[in-house]
Design a protein around this ligand. Structure first.
Ligand code: AMP
Length: 230
């Protein structure tokens, strides 16, 4: 969790890289709701056409549309035995979280570690203006922190980078407001469940080691707890 531009995608990629070697987390066990929606828009599917305008304006996609789309993808991750999974950008409302909880409950795999990124708004606005993406893969570049090797081109494919249509100051203000209204109540929801971990910092570089430290400790304890059961 974290307001738009707080670095959710960046932290997800870093966690995947880090925990890929130590805990075997694979790219297939990570799911980003924003990437999935953008993929639908790029492929011009019926769902893509339905949600395109909402994303451009910075509105949330209604729960009734997003919940089935997500579960279709997430159920596959959850079914994999003995595997962890990481969700980026979902859930974003208390209703989404409750629906997800009831679905996960059936598999005995509840959400057990929620990362909330707390980054000042002034920093985020600059970051949004600096952000370029490779739409087909979801790779993210920042002109300030992580520029592409060749200006305007994806490092891996050499294809052109684009701006997300919702990465501009006006839309950003709307996205922040939507975040405050719809998503902030989730913080209390997860705090009450005892699974909320909050990380504060001005840059993703400052925050990444804090998350890795907390998540490593959490996963180590979990391993010990699982082992001691047998
Ligand atoms: P993101 O890439 O996570 O910043 O998401 C980009 C946009 O996709 C958001 O501004 C929303 O319009 C939409 N979106 C992504 N995830 C959700 C979600 N869980 N619920 C509703 N809308 C979402």
């Amino acid at each position: 969790m974290g307001c738009p531009g707080s670095g959710k995608g960046t932290q997800t990629a870093r966690l995947l890289k880090h925990f890929g070697s130590s805990f075997g987390l694979q790219a297939t066990q990570v799911f980003s709701s924003g990437d999935c929606l953008r993929e639908h828009i790029n492929r011009k599917t019926a769902l893509g056409k339905q949600v395109e305008g909402l994303l451009e304006k910075g509105e949330l996609v209604p729960d009734s549309v997003i919940n089935p789309m997500i579960w279709d993808k997430v159920e596959r991750l959850v079914k994999a035995p003995e595997k962890s999974f990481l969700l980026d950008g979902f859930p974003r409302t208390v209703d989404q979280a409750k629906t997800l909880d009831s679905q996960l409950h059936e598999y005995g795999k509840p959400i057990n570690f929620v990362i909330d990124l707390d980054v000042p708004h002034s920093v985020i606005l600059q970051r949004i203006e600096d952000r370029w993406i490779h739409a087909p893969s979801g790779r993210i570049y920042s002109l300030s922190f992580n520029p592409p090797k060749v200006a305007g081109k994806d490092d891996v494919t050499g294809e052109p980078l684009t701006k997300r249509p919702d990465d501009n100051a006006d839309v950003f203000a709307n996205r922040l407001q939507k975040y405050a209204e719809a998503t902030k109540p989730l913080i209390e929801y997860y705090r009450n469940q005892g699974v909320l971990f909050q990380f504060k910092g001005a840059t993703s570089d400052e925050i990444t080691p804090l998350i890795i430290q907390a998540l490593s400790a959490f996963l180590q304890n979990k391993k010990v707890a699982v082992k001691s059961k047998y």
